[in-house]
Design a protein around this ligand. Structure first.
Ligand code: NAP
Length: 287
């Protein structure tokens, strides 16, 4: 447990809802393990309060994270967004420079890069990718994969217009929108990324019938669950390597920790805090 005092830097997760977030446990465990003087809380935040909270926390010497539904709004409130915020149109981490300038990053991108590199034991360079989804998480994953040298990304989304908008914003010639499922029948993909919300609820359908493409080399599901996700289990049942979004969650938090504290994040302490909190939540649900 970190010792809270009058010198502690204050960090907050701003979003709505925030009550089920695991970030407070993960960041407080990280600060305790690194022996730095800070405290991290979650604040349910209405849009009209976002600007004041971000500015006050950052210029007061701390900072924080922003989650749904405010990541896009947060990007517009920074004094100086970095290039990742500009490319994705979203900010999930903010703090202030010594001169009081409020700056921010979207560490979902760095979290995705590190998690994919770990999962694929190297980078995704040269890979042919099928991206499912076109929301905020898909934009972050797309920037991460393009920066790490994938050959091609095909985007498949329920709303094709949203996929086209993402492709226009981030795309370039390596990104193409899938107009219909028939377009990917028999196609070969080194990596399928699920960046839809499918898998969050028990009765969700799978985001893709894995029999449809001709070959799927690996599955990276951004959703994370109690015991993997249905999509991860479906892939593994077909002999496809698959992982859920836990490592991305840990690594986006680690990247935020590094921005705030200017030092390496204690990853093992963060993973342990995640596991402990998740086990406690499972116990509460089971009762
Ligand atoms: P978002 O901006 O609301 O986007 C949701 C995406 O899911 C859209 O592509 C949407 O399609 C699709 N979708 C929703 N309901 C669907 C349905 N019934 N059938 C088919 N597609 C559906 O949300 P987000 O922020 O991108 O988050 C997406 C997922 O990524 C969430 O599960 C979140 O937990 C996860 N995530 C994980 C991490 C991590 O660190 N592991 C980080 C960020 C997000 P339309 O465009 O057609 O609505």
């Amino acid at each position: 447990m970190n010792r809270i005092s009058s010198t502690s830097r204050v960090f907050a997760l701003l979003g709505d809802p925030v009550e089920h977030s695991l970030s407070p446990e993960i960041q407080n465990a990280a600060m305790a393990a690194a022996r730095v003087d800070g405290v991290y809380v979650a604040v349910e935040t209405m849009e009209e309060d976002l600007a004041g909270l971000m500015r006050g926390l950052a210029r007061g010497g701390g900072g924080g994270n922003v989650t749904l539904p405010h990541k896009e709004k947060a990007a517009s409130l920074l004094d100086r967004p970095n290039s990742t915020v500009r490319r994705t149109g979203a900010c999930n981490t903010f703090w202030a420079e010594p001169d009081g300038t409020v700056v921010g990053d979207n560490t979902d991108v760095e979290g995705c890069r590190r998690a994919v590199a770990r999962f694929l034991q190297g980078g995704p360079g040269g890979a042919r990718v099928l991206m499912l989804g076109a929301g905020g998480a898909a934009r972050a994953a797309l920037v991460a994969l393009l920066d790490d040298g994938v050959d091609e990304v095909r985007i498949l989304n329920r709303s094709i217009e949203r996929a086209r908008a993402v492709s226009r914003r981030i795309g370039g010639e390596r990104v193409r929108v899938v107009a219909s499922l028939a377009d990917i029948a028999g196609e070969e993909f080194d990596l399928v990324v699920n960046a839809t919300r499918l898998g969050l609820e028990d009765d969700d359908p799978l985001p893709l019938d894995l029999e449809l493409p001709g070959r799927v080399g690996a599955v990276f599901d951004l959703v994370y669950g109690e015991d993997g996700t249905p999509f991860v289990r479906a892939a593994q049942a077909r002999g496809i390597r698959a992982t859920d979004g836990i490592e991305m969650l840990i690594h986006q938090g680690a990247a935020a920790f590094e921005r705030w504290w200017g030092r390496e994040a204690p990853l093992e302490a963060m993973r342990e805090a995640f596991r402990t909190r998740r086990a406690a939540l499972a116990g509460e649900v089971g009762r």
